[in-house]
Ligand binder design. Structure first.
Ligand SMILES: N[C@@H](CCC(=O)N[C@@H](CS)C(=O)NCC(=O)O)C(=O)O
Length: 229
């Protein structure tokens, strides 16, 4: 059994979707980010970066002790390795997936995250910061759109952990002030991925926990630098 330390956010959805796609049994361990559960000692022992997602696999394939992992890219790689799925068989295919996975965790996620922060959440609206991240967001969308114009279906040909990593961030396009009509390659791919039953099941995990409005407590826990010296 795999324990999934989770909250329904783009980074959390990557792993609930992957587990649903693979049909691996898992138990959801809610980490209520608005209430500050990411700072509790038991969670920090698994995820010292105080971020979800994280997993503990109590039955690793090699029969070793329980294996705990944080960082969504590492977890997606682990699940692909464990199952032998969601990853091409060829060396070229594998490296292409790694390239787009790194592009997501190093670029798309952080840039869109910062754009959302300065545009929607920051109390002080700083035009330079908003413009900087808005421009980066559009640039990254264009890069992805070009890749999807080259491929007939998924980002790296066949459906893989690269699609699963990128999809939840594209779900935020309206909040980013973008329309997919401007990105025809992304629009086609997005509809295909969204229609998958496993994707729908993954997105439904903990849906009822999502807060409509960010209250003061959540704002403090998420933006208050609780752990920094
Ligand atoms: N690079 C990390 C990012 C994880 C991340 O930023 N998770 C957010 C939720 S989407 C979180 O746990 N935030 C809690 C906090 O900021 O205190 C990954 O890909 O796993």
């Amino acid at each position: 059994m795999i324990e999934l330390y989770y909250w329904p956010t783009p980074n959390g959805w990557k792993i609930s979707i992957a587990l649903e796609e693979l049909g691996l049994p898992y138990q959801v361990m809610p980490v209520n980010l608005g209430k500050g559960a990411q700072f509790e000692a038991a969670f920090l022992a698994i995820s010292p970066n105080n971020r979800i997602p994280a997993i503990v696999d109590h039955q690793p394939a090699d029969g070793s002790d329980a294996l705990s992992l944080f960082e969504s890219g590492a977890i997606l790689n682990y699940l692909a390795e464990k199952s032998g799925q969601l990853m091409p068989n060829t060396l070229h295919g594998k490296m292409q997936v790694q390239q787009w996975l790194m592009w997501q965790v190093g670029g798309l996620g952080p840039m869109l995250g910062q754009h959302g922060h300065f545009k929607l959440y920051a109390e002080e609206k700083i035009p330079y910061a908003i413009n900087r991240y808005a421009t980066e967001t559009r640039r990254l969308y264009q890069v992805l759109d070009q890749q999807l114009a080259l491929s007939e279906n998924f980002i790296c040909g066949e459906y893989s952990i690269a699609d699963i990593a990128i999809f939840p961030w594209i779900m935020t396009h309206k909040a980013q002030g973008l329309t997919l009509d401007d990105y025809p390659g992304i629009k086609r791919w997005y509809a295909t991925v969204r229609a998958r039953e496993a994707v729908q099941r993954g997105l439904a995990v903990g849906k009822e926990w999502r807060q409509k409005e960010m209250d003061e407590e959540a704002r403090k826990n998420l933006f208050g630098n609780n752990n920094a010296k």
